[in-house]
Design a protein around this ligand. Structure first.
Ligand SMILES: [Zn+2]
Length: 65
């Protein structure tokens, strides 16, 4: 296989960190306890079924795998 660059410049790391921060802010997994519907939102919000019994989990909290 081709060689993959393993080192980032400080600027690239900084950029990557900004992307991560943005992703953390904007990717909240919402899960409705009423109808089991799941969706991604930028803020916790009520379900389309009208229920406000919604669990919200920031995506960065997911373990790998
Ligand atoms: Zn629902």
């Amino acid at each position: 296989m081709s060689d993959i660059p393993r080192q980032f410049t400080p600027a690239e790391l900084d950029e990557w960190q900004r992307h991560l921060d943005e992703a953390n802010r904007n990717n909240i997994l919402c899960h409705c306890r009423q109808c089991d519907y799941e969706w991604i939102a930028s803020t916790p919000e009520p379900c389309i079924c009208g229920s406000k019994d919604v669990e919200s989990i920031a995506c960065w909290q997911f373990p790998d795998g």
